[in-house]
Write a protein that binds this ligand. Structure first.
Ligand SMILES: NC(=O)c1ccc[n+]([C@@H]2O[C@H](COP(=O)([O-])OP(=O)(O)OC[C@H]3O[C@@H](n4cnc5c(N)ncnc54)[C@H](O)[C@@H]3O)[C@@H](O)[C@H]2O)c1
Length: 451
């Protein structure tokens, strides 16, 4: 079927999306237990495991991982929950295929290394699973992203990237303020991933964080796989925590779209210096050449005239900050200094207000309703919402509030920024994964307090 015919004929076409939007259908929910599985129960997957086990509307039927140590942790968590032990698939790196083919799941959560995501998303869809929640980054190359979009379209499946920062409490309060026009017309946005990952990218193969300078085969968890990306790739390798929230502020893929992108990369020093400082200059890894620049800066243009600045900064000593800035004709929010200024409304002209008073006042209805359930969920509670949205979408048979077009658009920033840097920091065209439907699609993310 041609792509345009698909869009015309499926429930996910622009016109019918309004009918199937979460908010319309939530009124008459059919409550049943959704059959779920997880591929990858490492550091992140264990977190999703806990959230799925907490829910009475979920039957966790199967989990898959290839690492015995983390599977043991998963089994302990499941045993403690009092829930039935799911079937466990392991033994080789394609055990997940047997699981998705056999188990007839309603939905799957994927929390494996990035290089597995495309294959696992598409494999799950092809096995008949209609709802796939994938951890951030849905592919490596640009073509990977197209393949995921095409598979979702062909099989009428939902692919939701589990971009939890979209649900951070301050991020959502600002979304509320943006929608109520407090900042006026939005002009410029910033965000990024500014997180000192030196103790994540290296370890001793036993502890997850903060010991040793090994990576690859000798290392554990993310140091086992993520660091290779810093060796071989130079670009914004982790754009979605920064871009997801700002894309929601300006309705990307829903009346707006990214048109072009340009990236710059600094020199690479941080990872090498870390190895030398912690492991000595004779450590074999001191000879490794890291391609990833310490600070990668990306500018994106939007068809409606906004500009976005993203930064990827994971190799240097620094406190964590996603560096959000939302600036409009009437005011500005910056999360680093926790400040807001709204013209004619702030206490003093040209002076910041403490953001807290504004964020409390405009607390998003989702947080007001669900804050009790977020207690104990990861990353200050926001992780609750991604699993909640995925499960509720399955129960209500609706499109997920962030869909495959959002996932592809946000995640494709990685290969596009690599391409831009490769070309000597040239501006590259941003593909339109929606095939023109961005003009007709309506915003659906967090329109009320349901999911
Ligand atoms: N949204 C967030 O806040 C957040 C936080 C941390 C990680 N993540 C993302 O979560 C994903 C996983 O990261 P992590 O920190 O859990 O890494 P991890 O290395 O701790 O866990 C990955 C797991 O996948 C398993 N795995 C690898 N190949 C497999 C295969 N073929 N079949 C089955 N299992 C396989 C590994 O054994 C491991 O247990 C990544 O995409 C990462 O970027 C997101």
């Amino acid at each position: 079927m041609h792509r345009k015919d698909f869009l015309r004929n499926t429930g996910f076409a622009a016109a019918s999306l309004a009918i199937t939007s979460p908010n319309k259908l939530f009124a008459a929910p059919t409550v049943y237990k959704v059959k779920m599985g997880i591929i990858g129960v490492g550091q992140r997957g264990l977190n999703h495991l806990d959230l799925l086990l907490r829910r009475e509307d979920v039957d966790l039927l199967a989990i898959c991982d290839i690492d015995e140590r983390t599977l043991n942790s998963a089994k302990e968590i499941i045993a403690k929950s009092g829930k039935k032990m799911p079937e466990i698939y392991t033994g080789d790196s394609l055990a997940w295929k047997t699981m998705v083919e056999k188990k007839q799941l309603d939905g799957i959560v994927i929390a494996t290394p990035w290089e597995w995501h495309k294959e696992m998303i598409i494999g799950s869809i092809e096995s008949g699973i209609k709802y796939v929640g994938s951890e951030v980054i849905i592919g490596i190359s640009l073509e990977d992203h197209w393949e995921v979009v095409r598979a979702a379209e062909k099989h009428k499946a939902q692919v939701m990237m589990l971009e939890n920062v979209c649900y951070r409490r301050d991020v959502m309060a600002v979304l509320n303020m943006v929608r109520q026009g407090l900042f006026g017309e939005i002009i410029h946005l910033q965000g990024g991933y500014q997180h000192d990952l030196r103790e994540v990218k290296f370890n001793n193969g036993i502890e997850v964080y903060g010991h040793g300078v090994e990576f690859g085969e000798k290392a554990y968890s993310e140091a086992h796989w993520r660091t290779e990306h810093s060796v071989h790739r130079n670009g914004d390798l982790y754009p979605t925590h920064g871009v997801g929230p700002v894309a929601n502020y300006i309705n990307i893929n829903r009346g707006n779209r990214f048109t072009s992108l340009c990236s710059f990369s600094s020199k690479a020093r941080g990872l090498h210096n870390h190895i030398v400082k912690q492991g000595g200059e004779n450590h074999p890894n001191a000879k490794v050449h890291f391609k990833l620049g310490d600070v990668v800066t990306t500018s994106i243009n939007c068809v409606n005239g906004e500009t976005i600045l993203l930064q990827h900064d994971t190799n240097l000593p620094r406190p964590y900050s996603l560096g959000f800035r939302v600036q409009g004709t009437e005011g500005i929010w910056m999360d680093v200094n926790k400040s807001i200024y709204i013209q004619d409304k702030s206490a003093n002209a040209h002076q910041w207000d403490d953001a807290k008073q504004w964020l409390d006042k405009y607390d998003h209805p989702l947080w007001q309703r669900w804050s009790k359930e977020t207690a104990g969920a990861g990353h200050g509670g926001m992780d609750f919402f991604v699993i909640h949205a995925l499960v509720e979408s399955i129960k209500n048979k609706t499109a997920t509030p962030m869909d495959v077009y959002d996932a592809a658009t946000w995640s494709a920033i990685s290969p596009l920024s690599e391409k831009s840097i490769d070309l000597g920091c040239q501006t590259v065209e941003f593909p339109d994964f929606t095939g023109g439907q961005w003009m007709f699609r309506k915003p659906v993310f967090a329109l009320n307090d349901t999911y």
